[in-house]
Design a binder for this molecule. Structure first.
Ligand code: ASP
Ligand code: MG
Length: 410
């Protein structure tokens, strides 16, 4: 018997039939004797529908009122799920974020959780009740409703699991786990039995959208075992947990992530003197534009090239800023390129293995793919390449690191 937090996402509760199916699932866990806390999202499409209504009324709705509005989506689901559980003779109670008291800061639409009181939940559990909590929402110290940012129900689930010291936090979604890469690009991509928090963070931030990034950070910080599974099919899903150093068969590369949302700016012929990198990037960050990869060459003839990438949505803004700076510092030109993508290999096994980068680069070159930028961390190597080679690159790398093969230890 365990204490399990289960989170069901929007598609898992997208219709009345789906809510009934979730109730059946919850009931079957309850019948096995587990204590259950269930976190639900709004029915799929509902949050967007509500945001659409707000936009129809106002081009700049107040963020406090937006939170009051969108939090209703989850409130509908908790009530319906409890009713469905009652129909199955399963005792259950619903709570909004403010009722369980998920205390957050006051940053409306992107609030952070400060504290959760576990006492009321424990009291219900002791009475044999299933506790159903609205995801994505909380309350600030003045009683204002807050929300945690899009996809925030994952974070609610993990935070509750941490507060209750649950045995596992299960995230039910419409995919049956975390894959070595996107199966739409590589049909023989394989579901991973296990992945570390660190790897999952890299995969998530590199564009693999299975979990909200903050929920993974939270789970890693509080060491909450997280499992991603499908609410539509049976299976063990993928367990996200701490690194198992005993695991001798750990793969070198666990997965391949990619991202088509970036664009590249190069300031060419930058004077090779102290302070130019900051002169280029400070106005960019002052404009709240996030910079991802940065590459600067060693200067030749007192000149150097400075290249960085930003999100495509912010590309035009970044370009205008950088063109201004380039003139001021006497750089030769700004070269802009939107037709790029980033492909990354991720794996904690890289720490202890040499030659991973050269294998990656060789594989890309044998496909005739030119590498434009490279960046590395301890557990990741990323390259920027021409967007048109994305699929080819991901397939080649999936092959060369033998990711469709099941690891021995699994
Ligand atoms: N309903 C919210 C959203 O669509 C929160 C969530 O689903 O996790 O972003
Ligand atoms: Mg969602």
């Amino acid at each position: 018997m365990a204490l399990i937090v289960q989170k069901y996402g929007g598609t898992s509760v997208g219709t009345v039939e789906r809510i009934r199916a979730v109730a059946e699932k919850v009931k079957s866990f309850r019948d096995e004797g587990h204590d259950l806390v269930i976190v639900v999202s709004a029915m799929s499409g509902e949050t967007n529908r509500l945001l659409g209504l707000a936009r129809d009324i106002s081009s700049e709705p107040s963020s406090r009122e937006l939170d009051v509005l969108v939090s209703t989506g989850e409130q509908v689901t908790i009530a319906l799920l409890c009713m469905a559980l009652h129909e199955l003779d399963c005792d259950a109670r619903s709570y909004t974020g403010s009722q369980v008291r998920i205390l957050t800061d006051s940053a409306h639409t992107k609030a952070r959780i400060l504290d959760i009181s576990d006492k009321p939940i424990r009291e219900d559990l002791a009475k044999g009740r299933v506790v159903v909590v609205a995801g994505f929402q909380g309350v600030d110290e003045n009683g204002n409703i807050t929300t945690l940012g899009r996809g925030g129900s994952d974070t609610t689930g993990v935070a509750l699991a941490a507060a209750l010291k649950a045995d596992e936090c299960q995230i039910y979604t419409d995919v049956d786990g975390v894959y070595t890469t996107d199966p739409r690009v590589v049909p023989n991509a394989r579901r991973l039995e296990k992945i570390t928090f660190e790897e999952m963070l890299e995969m998530a931030s590199l564009g693999s959208k299975v979990l909200q990034i903050r929920s993974v950070e939270f789970a890693g910080k509080y060491n909450v075992p997280l499992r991603v599974l499908s609410s539509f099919t049976e299976g063990n899903g993928t367990l996200i947990t701490t690194e198992d150093i005993e695991d001798m068969e750990q793969p070198i590369v666990s997965g391949i992530a990619f991202n088509r949302d970036e664009a590249k700016l190069t300031v060419a012929g930058v004077p090779d003197i102290p302070g130019v990198a900051s002169r280029i990037l400070t106005p960019v960050s002052d404009a709240n534009i996030e910079v991802d990869m940065i590459v600067q060459n060693i200067g030749v003839d007192n000149q150097t090239d400075f290249t960085f990438t930003v999100h495509r949505n912010e590309f035009e803004r970044a370009r205008r800023i950088v063109e201004g700076v380039a003139r001021d510092i006497g750089a030769r030109a700004v070269i802009a390129d939107q037709n790029i993508c980033k492909v990354s290999i991720v794996g904690v096994g890289m720490r202890s293995h040499a030659g991973v980068a050269s294998r990656m680069f060789k594989s890309l070159s044998s496909e005739g793919i030119n590498i434009q930028m490279i960046s590395t961390s301890e557990i990741k190597i990323s390259v920027v390449i021409d967007e048109k080679y994305l699929e080819l690159a991901v397939r080649a790398l999936h092959d060369v690191f033998e990711l469709s093969k099941k690891a021995e230890a699994e």
